[in-house]
Design a protein around this ligand. Structure first.
Ligand code: EPZ
Length: 436
C-alpha cells in the first residue's frame, strides 16, 4: 500500500512486550552496498536487504539510469550495472533520501563522472557534504554544485592521502568507493568506524577491491581497474535491534532480539544495564528483560563505538520514564530533539538547553495525538505510545516506514496493540477508544 504523510498508527499502550523478534538487514549498509554494486559490469546478488522505503527508492533511482534490478525475493536482489546509460540522476524520489549521495562515489569511481542532486533525508540538522567533496577533489575530480546538483568529473582518479575534518560515515564510505577504482593508493584518516563502513568495505573486497583497515581510524585502499561479481549478505540492523531493546525497557517487557551482532550493540547494552535492565548476550541474539522502573543515566551521542545518534530519541523516551533526572547530549546532529515537544504532550518533563536535554523522569505517560518528526524520533514516539496509559495516535508514520520493515507487525507479535490506519479512515471507527 502507498503510505502517505498523513497515515498514522493508533496504539493502546500498557502491554509489556514479550517474545522474540527477528532483525532485518541494516538499512544504512544496504543503501551504500546497492549503490556500490553498479561499480562492476557483472551481476551482483545482494541478500538481506530490508524492504523499506529508502532502499526501494534507491533501487528505483538506480533503475532510472539503466541499472538492471531483478528482485529474487523480498530481501534479495540481483543488480547489473553494465547498462548504465547516464550518470545524471535526477528523479523526485532520489531527492528525498540522503543516501542518494552514495551514487556519487559509485558513478565517479566507475565512470569518472557523476551528477546527483544534493541529498535530502530526515530534517535532523544541517547536513553538509563538504567532506565528500573534499575527498573527491583530493582524488582528482572537479566538483561543482550547480542548481542543487553536485557535478563531479575527472580525467582519471588518482589515490591520495585524505584527512577527514569530522568523523563522517557518509563521506568515509563515498570516498572509499571512489578510491576503490582510482589509480594507486588512498589513505583515509579519521575515518568513521561504524559497522556499515566495515560492511561496505567487505562488500567491495568480495568484488575484488583492496580495502584494508575499515573499522579503524585509518582505511588504506589500493585501487583496482575492475570489480567482479559476488553474492553478499548485508549485516543486521544495529538501530532496528536497539529500538526493540528499548521497547522491552520502556514496556517492562522481556524480548529476545534475534539475528544480530552483539558487538554492534555494546554501547546500547551498556546504557540499558545502567538503567537497571537485564541484558543477556548470546552468539547472535540479545535478550532484554525489564522488571522494574528504570534508573536515570547520562548519555552523549558519539561516532561508533560511542552511543549512536540514531538511538538517541529511544533513550530519551526511556529516561523520561525513569526514577530521577538524566541527561542526553546530542553531539552529531543539532536538530534531533524534535520529539521532545511531542513527548511533553504525553506528560514528559524535559528541558532542552543547547544540545543537552535535561530529563526529569515521570511515573507514566498518557496517550495523546502526536506527530512523528523524523524516522528515529518517530520510532521512539511509538515506544512512548506503547508504554503510555490510554490511546496514542501518531501521524506521519511515513517517516518510520522509511527505515523499519513491518514495524507494527513485529510489535503486534510481541503483544503490542498497534494498528495502522490510513488518513481517510474515521478514527471513531477504530477498535480502540480514543481518550486523548
Ligand atoms: C549517516 O548519515 C546515516 N544515514 C544517519 O542515519 C546517521 O544518523 C549518521 O550517519 C550518523 O551515524 C545514512 O547512512 C543514509 P555523517 P550521514 O556524515 O552520512 C557532519 C537514520 O536515521 N558532516 O556521519 O549524513 C554532519 O553534519 C539516518 O538512519 C560534515 O560536517 O552522517 C554530522 O554532524 C539519519 N561534513 C557528522 O558529520 C560532511 O561532509 C556526521 O554525519 C559530512 C558530514
Amino acid at each position: 500500500m502507498e503510505v502517505t504523510e498523513k497515515d498514522r498508527y493508533v496504539i493502546r499502550g500498557g502491554n509489556p512486550l514479550v517474545g522474540e523478534v527477528e532483525i532485518g538487514g541494516a538499512k544504512n549498509a544496504a543503501l551504500a552496498i546497492v549503490a556500490a554494486a553498479i561499480m562492476t559490469d557483472e551481476t551482483v546478488t545482494i541478500e538481506n536487504i530490508p524492504d523499506v522505503r529508502d532502499t526501494n527508492v534507491m533501487l528505483e533511482a538506480m533503475q532510472s539510469i539503466g541499472v538492471n534490478i531483478n528482485r529474487i525475493n523480498r530481501h534479495t536482489v540481483e543488480i547489473n550495472g553494465s547498462m548504465v546509460k547516464n550518470v545524471n540522476i535526477d528523479t523526485e524520489s532520489i531527492r528525498r533520501i540522503r543516501a542518494s549521495y552514495y551514487l556519487m562515489g559509485a558513478l565517479l569511481g566507475k565512470y569518472k563522472r557523476a551528477e546527483v542532486p544534493l541529498p535530502g533525508g530526515c530534517d535532523i540538522g544541517s547536513r553538509p557534504i563538504d567532506q565528500h567533496v573534499k575527498g573527491f577533489r583530493a582524488l582528482g575530480a572537479d566538483v561543482v554544485i550547480e542548481g542543487g546538483i553536485v557535478k563531479a568529473k575527472a580525467e582519471k582518479l588518482t589515490g591520495a592521502h585524505i584527512y577527514m575534518d569530522v568523523v563522517t560515515v557518509g563521506a568515509t564510505i563515498n570516498v572509499m568507493m571512489a578510491a576503490a577504482m582510482a589509480e594507486g593508493k588512498t589513505i583515509i584518516e579519521n575515518a568513521a568506524k561504524e559497522p556499515h563502513v566495515v560492511d561496505v568495505a567487505n562488500f567491495l573486497n568480495s568484488c575484488g577491491a583492496n580495502v584494508k583497515g575499515a573499522g579503524t581510524d585509518v582505511i588504506r585502499i589500493s585501487g583496482v581497474s575492475r570489480l567482479k561479481k559476488c553474492t553478499y549478505s548485508v549485516i543486521p540492523d544495529q538501530i532496528e535491534a536497539g529500538t526493540f531493546m528499548y521497547a522491552a525497557a520502556v514496556t517492562k517487557g522481556d524480548i529476545l532480539i534475534r539475528n544480530i551482532i552483539p558487538k554492534h550493540l555494546e554501547s546500547i547494552s551498556a546504557k540499558l544495564t545502567e538503567t537497571g535492565c537485564e541484558v543477556q548476550e548470546f552468539d547472535d541474539a540479545v535478550r532484554v528483560v525489564a522488571s522494574k522502573r528504570l534508573k536515570p543515566t547520562h548519555i552523549k551521542t558519539l561516532p561508533y563505538p560511542g552511543y549512536p545518534t540514531d538511538m538517541q530519541p529511544q533513550a530519551g523516551v526511556a529516561l523520561a520514564l525513569s526514577e530521577g533526572t538524566g541527561t542526553i547530549t546530542e553531539s552529531i546532529f543539532e536538530n534531533r530533539f524534535r520529539y521532545v515537544d511531542e513527548l511533553t504532550r504525553m506528560g514528559a518533563n524535559i528541558r532542552v538547553e543547547g544540545n543537552t536535554a535535561f530529563i526529569e523522569g515521570v511515573e507514566k505517560f498518557t496517550g495523546a495525538r502526536i506527530k512523528a518528526p523524523d524516522l528515529r524520533a518517530g520510532a521512539a514516539l511509538v515506544l512512548a505510545g506503547l508504554a503510555a496509559e490510554g490511546t496514542t495516535i501518531i501521524d506521519n508514520v511515513y517517516y518510520i516506514e522509511r527505515g523499519y520493515e513491518d514495524f507494527d507487525k513485529k510489535l503486534r507479535r510481541l503483544g503490542a496493540e498497534i494498528r495502522f490506519t490510513d488518513a481517510g479512515e474515521d478514527m471513531m471507527k477504530t477498535k480502540f477508544k480514543v481518550v486523548s
